[in-house]
Ligand binder design. Structure first.
Ligand code: BGC
Length: 254
């Protein structure tokens, strides 16, 4: 019998959930998406999370991603969401709204967990970093498969500016950058990151990684191997489900 867990990813534009088969990361039921409320205040987001849980009629624990730092269920940063999340007991708020046990973790960490277990990082040892290029730049750092959470490498300073402001997928869209120009910015960013942590593998995720052939070959001066993510849009959901399983191992067996 499939071991299933519900994973929900809170993104800049949409909140997406699916019941995940933990053995292979496939969805046992179709993905359900609701627009992220604007402004993205905690109570409004928690209400949408309850809607997603109800949609699936889910009774077990739930894994939820958040696009910022999460320490012991408390959200500690809010770069691209309402500042009301700062210092909030978000896990408790979401548990209250949904009536479920919640595992809450950073979105890039979740995507990284899924990539390491089932995607481009499978079987890879040493230092591996997963970067999600979207509204911001998310990062997940692994050493021999073990996650160091909340690394926030998207906020490294490059020429006095947040890296994600110059090099996220949103920056490419909004500033109308061609692939070449954007790849140049990514090269500067990745060289900086490499000088700090010397990864042997950089996995590039986020929606834009579906078009990796346009920019990964143009990245220059980086020693590490650079590959596209394999789970792309679903990595956050799958990783959230995996994290919930790790927190509630018995209840995942249904
Ligand atoms: C946040 C990270 C997040 C990333 C992707 C950044 O602005 O600080 O925590 O992982 O965006 O959503």
């Amino acid at each position: 019998m499939a071991r299933e867990m519900l994973g929900i990813d809170i993104g800049g534009s949409g909140i997406k959930g699916a019941a995940v088969d933990l053995s292979d990361g496939s969805f046992t039921r179709e993905r359900f998406r609701v627009d992220t409320p604007r402004p993205s205040r905690p109570k409004a987001v928690a209400k949408v999370l309850a809607e997603v849980v109800d949609h699936f009629g889910w009774e077990g624990p739930v894994g939820v991603t958040y696009p910022g730092v999460v320490i012991d269920g408390v959200t500690m940063s809010a770069a691209n969401v309402s500042k009301r999340w700062l210092g909030l007991e978000a896990r408790a708020l979401i548990a209250d709204a949904t009536g479920r046990e919640i595992t809450l973790l950073n979105d890039a960490d979740a995507a990284g967990i899924a990539e390491m277990r089932l995607g481009a990082g499978r079987g890879r040892h040493g230092t591996v970093v997963v970067l999600t290029l979207g509204t911001g730049i998310g990062s997940a750092l692994f050493t021999d498969g073990v996650l160091v959470p909340n690394t926030e490498f998207g906020h490294l300073q490059i020429d006095g500016e947040d890296a994600e402001i110059r090099a996220s997928a949103k920056a490419r869209d909004e500033q109308g950058l061609g692939w070449k120009k954007w790849a140049k910015r990514l090269s500067v960013y990745m060289r900086h990151l490499e000088a700090l942590i010397s990864p042997s593998l950089i996995i590039v995720g986020g929606g834009v990684s579906k078009r990796s052939e346009h920019f990964i070959p143009l990245i220059e001066g980086v020693r590490a191997e650079i590959v596209p993510a394999r789970l792309v849009n679903n990595a956050g959901i799958v990783g959230a489900a995996m994290a919930a399983e790790a927190a509630h191992p018995l209840e995942a067996a249904r």
